[in-house]
Design a protein around this ligand. Structure first.
Ligand code: HEM
Length: 658
C-alpha cells in the first residue's frame, strides 16, 4: 500500500508556501493485521530532512488516519483505497523534535513514481529560508545525535568506526606517506629504526652526544640527506654552503621556525625577536640592532668584568692553596652570565653570584633550566601544552613563567621612570630610546618586556655553555691553556683575584686585540657550538638540488655537521687547533659553513656581545686558575636547545699565583 504524506503546516510558525512534499512511501504490508502499530517506511526516511525523527510523528498520524480507514473499510494486501481525510492534529511526544502537526494523507492507486529528490530539495530550501526552521533543524540534529549516542549499539559501532578510521589515518600518514611517499625519500639517508616504529631515527640520535650521529650520517650520505624525527617526520639536513645560504638568506622568509618550537619559546619569551616572523621580526631587528652596536658594547665592558671578578674571588676562596679543587664550573658560569645580562642588559644587579635565590628573575630562570635530562627538554618542546598538566613540576613551571613575566614588566616600568635614562647605556635603556625612523614609533612596554625576557633567555645559557665547554677543552690541552694564560696576564695583570671592584679596566679594543684569545674563542665555538642544531619549516614548496619538496617539509641546519666537514676545513677538523684561524681555509671560511651564531636575517643579534663576554670571562678565569680534567668524570653533550654539559661540567681547579 502506498501513501504520500503531505505535511501542509509545521509547528513554530514555519510555513511552506507550496505544499512541500515530504515523500514517504509506506508499505503497510507487514502491518496488514494491525496497520495502526507497525507501518514501516520503505525509503523516504533515509532521504528526508527530518528523516530520523519524523517517523514518530508520521507513525502517530498514520495510526490515527489508518485507524479511520480501518474502521471504514477492510484493507487487504495490494488493495488501494482513495483517502480524502480531514486534517488532524498530531502532538509530538518529543517536545524538542521537529514536529509537524497537520498531515494530509492521500492514497494513490499506483506505486509511487515521484521525483523524490526535487520534492525534498524544495522542502529543504523552504526550510532553510526560515530562521525558525533553521533553529528547529539544529535542535533536531542535536536531538538525533544525543539520542543516537545514547544507544549502546550505536556507541560501540561509532567507537569501532573511529578506531578503524584513526588506525587507517595513522598508518597512511605516519608510516606509508612519511616513510615511503614523501618526496624527501628521494634523498639518501638512514633507514628508520624499526625497534621504535613511531620515532623515526630518534633512538640513534639520542644514543650519542648531540650532533655525533648527524655527523656520521653526513659522512655516509653527503651534504644533503634525510632522516626521520618523531612521528617519522622526515627532515632534510643541509650542510652544502650554497643550500644553507638558500635557506637562511636567499629564501629566508620561506623557511620559518617550526610552530612547536615557537609555541614552546613564546611560553617564556612572549613575542620577542627570537619568536616572531616576517615583517614583525624585521621591525624588531631594526629597532634592536643599535643596542648591540660596538659603541654600545664599549660601555658594557665593566658590566662584564666586575661580575667575573666576583666569581674569580669566590672560586679563589673555595680553592685549596696548593692543590687542585673539584668545582662544578658550569653552575658558577650560569650565575655569572645571568648577572652579566642583568647588568649589561638591564642596568640591574641581580646579585646572582652572592645570592642566586634573591632575585625572582634569576630564581625563576635557574629553576626552569634545572632539568638535566635531554628527553625532558625534547618532550617540553614537542608538547608545549605539557606545562598545563596538573603535575607538581608543571605547576612550578607555571609559577616560574608568571614570575618571569611579572618581573620583566616591573623592570620596564622602573626603567621608564628613570630620570637619567638618556645617560644609561644598558640594552633596555637603549631600546627605550630607539625611535623608528619611518613611523616615529617607539617600542611599547609589552614589546620591551618580551625583548627583555628574550635577551635573558638567549643570552645567558648560551654563553655559560660556551665557556663551560671551552674550559673543558682547555683542560685537555694544557699547552694551549698555558700559552693563553701568558697572553691574557699581559693585559689583565693588575686585576687581583681578591679585588671585586677593580678600576682601570681594559677596553673593548684592547681585549679584541689578543690574538690567541680570539682564536681560542672562535675555535671553541666551532668545536663545541653552543647551539648545535637549528630547524626550519618550509612555508611553500621549494626546490633543493633540482628536486621539489612540499610545503611543511622540515629543513635542518646543523653546525655540528658543518663545523666538522673535512672538505671545508681539512683533514684535521676533528681536532681542537686554535691556530687554524691564522690561515686558510679557516680564515676565509664561508659564513654558511661556520655557524655558531647562524647566518642571514636570523643571525644571533647578540653575537658581538656574546663574543666579548666570552673573551672577558675566559681571560680572567684562565689568568687566575689552572683547569685540569677531573679523573673519571665523563660528560655528554646534551641534545637540548643548547649543547648543555650533562651532568654539570665539573673540573679540577687550581689557583695560579699572581
Ligand atoms: C655564545 C653565545 C651565543 C651563541 C652561541 C648564540 C647563538 C645563537 C644562534 C645560533 C641563534 C639563532 C637561533 C635560530 O634562529 O635558530 C641566536 C639567536 C639569537 N640570539 Fe644568540 N647566541 C649567543 C649569545 C647571545 C646573547 C648574549 C644574546 C643577547 C644578549 C643573544 C640574543 C639572541 C637573540 C635575540 C636571537 C634571536 C635573533 C633573531 O631571531 O632575530 N644571543 N643566537
Amino acid at each position: 500500500m502506498h501513501f504520500i504524506v503531505v505535511p501542509v503546516e509545521f509547528d513554530g510558525g514555519l510555513s511552506i508556501h507550496r505544499p512541500a512534499i515530504l515523500t514517504l512511501t509506506l508499505t503497510c504490508a507487514p502491518a496488514l493485521g494491525n496497520p495502526i502499530q507497525t507501518p514501516s517506511f520503505q525509503f523516504a526516511p533515509a532521504h528526508c530532512l527530518c528523516a530520523e525523527n519524523s517517523p514518530t510523528e508520521v507513525k502517530q498520524t498514520l495510526s490515527i488516519t489508518l485507524g479511520k480507514v480501518h474502521s471504514r473499510s477492510r484493507i487487504a494486501q495490494g488493495e488501494v483505497y482513495p483517502l480524502n481525510l480531514p486534517r488532524r492534529v498530531v502532538q509530538s511526544p518529543h517536545r524538542d523534535s521537529f514536529n509537524y502537526s497537520f498531515v494530509k494523507l492521500r492514497q494513490v492507486d499506483r506505486p509511487l513514481d515521484l521525483d523524490l529528490v526535487s520534492s525534498l530539495t524544495v522542502t529543504g530550501f523552504s526550510l532553510m529560508r526560515s530562521p525558525v526552521a533553521r533553529r528547529q533543524l539544529a535542535k533536531m540534529v542535536y536531538f538525533q545525535t544525543t539520542r543516537a549516542v545514547g544507544r549502546p549499539a550505536f556507541r560501540q559501532a561509532l567507537i569501532r568506526y573511529l578506531i578503524r578510521l584513526t588506525l587507517v589515518y595513522i598508518a597512511g600518514k605516519y608510516f606509508v606517506y612519511r616513510l615511503f611517499l614523501h618526496p624527501a625519500n628521494q634523498l639518501p639517508g638512514p633507514a628508520p629504526d624499526l625497534l621504535v616504529p613511531f620515532l623515526g631515527n630518534f633512538r640513534q640520535l639520542l644514543s650519542k652526544d648531540a650532533g655525533v650521529t648527524h655527523r656520521e650520517w653526513a659522512k655516509k650520505y653527503g651534504t644533503v640527506f634525510r632522516y626521520f624525527a618523531g612521528g617519522n617526520n622526515p627532515r632534510i639536513l643541509v650542510s652544502d654552503p650554497a643550500l644553507v645560504k638558500q635557506v637562511l638568506t636567499n629564501d629566508e622568509l620561506d623557511f620559518i621556525k617550526p610552530p612547536e618550537t615557537k609555541q614552546f619559546l613564546s611560553l617564556f619569551l612572549g613575542d620577542g625577536v627570537l619568536v616572531t616572523e616576517g615583517d614583525v621580526h624585521r621591525y624588531q631587528r631594526k629597532m634592536l640592532n643599535p643596542a648591540f652596536g660596538v659603541s654600545a658594547l664599549r660601555d658594557m665592558i665593566p658590566s662584564m668584568i666586575l661580575p667575573t671578578q666576583q666569581l674569580v674571588h669566590q672560586w679563589w676562596k673555595q680553592c685549596n692553596t696548593d692543590s687542585p679543587t673539584e668545582l662544578v664550573v658550569s653552575h658558577g658560569l650560569q650565575l655569572l652570565s645571568l648577572e652579566v645580562i642583568g647588568r649589561a642588559g638591564f642596568g640591574q644587579q641581580f646579585d646572582c653570584l652572592e645570592n642566586p635565590e634573591r632575585n625572582p628573575l634569576s630564581r625563576a630562570y635557574l629553576d626552569l633550566l634545572a632539568g638535566d635530562s635531554p628527553v625532558e627538554t625534547l618532550f617540553a618542546m614537542m608538547f608545549p601544552w605539557a606545562h598545563r598538566l596538573p603535575a607538581p613540576r608543571a605547576r612550578q613551571v607555571r609559577r616560574d613563567m608568571a614570575s618571569l613575566k611579572k618581573e620583566a614588566q616591573l623592570m620596564v616600568t622602573n626603567a621608564a621612570q628613570r630620570s637619567d635614562l638618556q645617560n644609561k647605556k644598558d640594552l633596555l635603556a637603549l631600546m627605550m630610546q630607539q625611535v623608528d625612523e619611518d613611523s616615529g614609533n617607539t617600542l611599547t612596554p609589552t614589546e620591551l618586556q618580551d625583548q627583555c625576557l628574550t635577551f635573558l633567555a638567549a643570552g645567558h645559557e648560551t654563553t655559560s655553555v660556551a665557556v663551560s665547554w671551552c674550559l673543558h677543552t682547555l683542560a685537555h690541552h694544557q699547552d694551549i691553556q698555558d700559552e693563553l694564560r701568558r697572553e691574557v696576564t699581559s693585559l689583565f695583570h693588575h686585576l687581583s683575584p681578591e679585588d671585586e671592584s677593580p678600576t682601570d679596566l681594559p677596553g673593548y679594543e684592547a681585549i679584541n686585540q689578543l690574538p690567541l684569545l680570539n682564536n681560542i674563542c672562535k675555535e671553541s665555538l666551532r668545536y663545541t657550538p653552543p647551539v648545535p642544531i637549528t630547524n626550519r619549516i618550509a612555508t611553500k614548496d621549494f626546490d633543493l638540488k633540482g628536486k621539489t619538496f612540499p610545503k611543511g617539509t622540515r629543513v635542518v641546519i646543523c653546525p655540528m655537521v658543518s663545523h666538522f666537514d673535512k672538505q671545508q676545513w681539512g683533514d684535521d677538523c676533528d681536532e681542537f687547533i686554535p691556530s687554524r684561524w691564522d690561515y686558510a681555509p679557516a680564515n676565509t671560511i664561508s659564513p654558511y659553513v661556520y655557524l655558531p651564531f647562524l647566518a642571514g636575517g636570523r643571525q644571533c643579534i647578540g653575537y658581538k656581545f656574546a663574543l666579548i663576554e666570552f673573551k672577558v670571562v675566559l681571560a680572567l678565569l684562565i689568568k687566575n686558575f689552572k683547569f685540569t680534567p677531573k679523573p673519571g668524570f665523563k660528560v655528554r653533550k646534551g641534545m637540548q636547545i643548547t649543547l648543555r654539559p650533562l651532568p654539570n661540567m665539573t673540573l679540577m681547579v687550581q689557583r695560579v699565583d699572581p
